[in-house]
Ligand binder design. Structure first.
Ligand SMILES: [Zn+2]
Length: 284
């Protein structure tokens, strides 16, 4: 996976011009980032105010150090999978909006990675990058998208999104959440879920409520993406509870059915990345 650094040219142009808008529209290296900011409707003036403020200093320091650390993370993940991943990791300013996501198009992924995100620290960024790369690895496993009946390079972004089912969503997010824990066991659990400690605590204490709500959803409208919102399970429940739920389901199922000794777990988790969503009997 190629690592492309948009952060350094952006922050250099920003320092020189004092304006984020000017930096993005005058530095040709940043054309892709500018397009992406427009696509997301990002408020550049707000981001600029934040980047000029005192609290940004620590996030800038983190981002600068992560521009060198990123290659190490990619190498570590690729050595665990035993495979070079296809596509590009784009280190970028978060513009206060995005931390990480793998954007699929025509058989390749651009992993946008906002390395100065307000919520991020080093453990968060490492866990998130391992998570996104797990999605990339899974998408290239032969059984995952074979039902589309053509090579992945011929599958457009729209076809991919249209073909995304609730079961593939929970399978891929559960695996990615478990994979980052495998790569970085020293990073605290809440950071593998992008939570504050109290949000993690809520999930641990209310598993049966999450379980009921998600099983109901899978049996009815399958609108699993609603769990990205806060307060879906009940007032005060955190967003993204489907990640915690599916990771826990897969973990329990793999450990019971596919792992004979703890040393098999890593192999089982990597193999499971190649199984079709319908094979995950833990979600049936
Ligand atoms: Zn994910």
């Amino acid at each position: 996976m190629k690592v492309v650094n948009y952060y350094t040219p952006c922050i250099e142009s920003f320092d020189k011009t004092g304006s984020l808008k000017t930096a993005l529209s005058t530095n040709e290296q940043l054309t892709v980032l500018k397009k992406m900011a427009e696509e997301w409707g990002i408020d550049l003036e707000n981001a600029e105010r934040w980047m000029k403020g005192d609290e940004y200093k620590s996030q800038r320091k983190l981002a600068v150090s992560f521009t060198t650390l990123a290659t190490e993370v990619v190498d570590k993940v690729e050595s665990i999978f035993g495979k070079k991943l296809e596509g590009e990791v784009r280190l970028s300013p978060s513009l206060m909006r995005f931390d990480g996501f793998a954007r699929y198009d025509s058989g390749s992924h651009a992993v946008w990675f906002g390395i100065d995100h307000p919520d991020a620290d080093e453990g968060y960024l490492k866990a998130l990058m391992a998570h996104e790369l797990s999605h990339v690895y899974r998408d290239h496993q032969p059984k995952v998208w074979s039902f589309l009946g053509k090579p992945l390079t011929d599958v457009s972004r729209k076809e991919y999104l249209d073909a995304m089912t609730a079961h593939e969503h929970i399978t891929s997010e559960g695996l990615a959440t478990l994979f980052s824990q495998l790569v970085y066991p020293e990073v605290p659990l809440h950071l593998h879920h992008y939570y504050f400690p109290e949000e993690m605590q809520w999930c641990l204490a209310n598993y049966s409520k999450i379980d009921k709500a998600i099983i109901d959803c899978l049996k009815t409208d399958q609108e699993i993406w609603k769990f990205y919102e806060d307060d879906i399970i009940e007032e005060g429940s955190p967003s993204r509870t489907q990640y915690y739920w599916s990771a826990r389901k897969i973990n329990e199922w793999l450990t019971t059915n596919h792992v004979k000794s703890p040393s098999d777990y890593k192999t089982a988790l990597i193999q499971a990345h190649g199984w079709h969503a319908g094979e995950f009997l833990c979600f049936q």
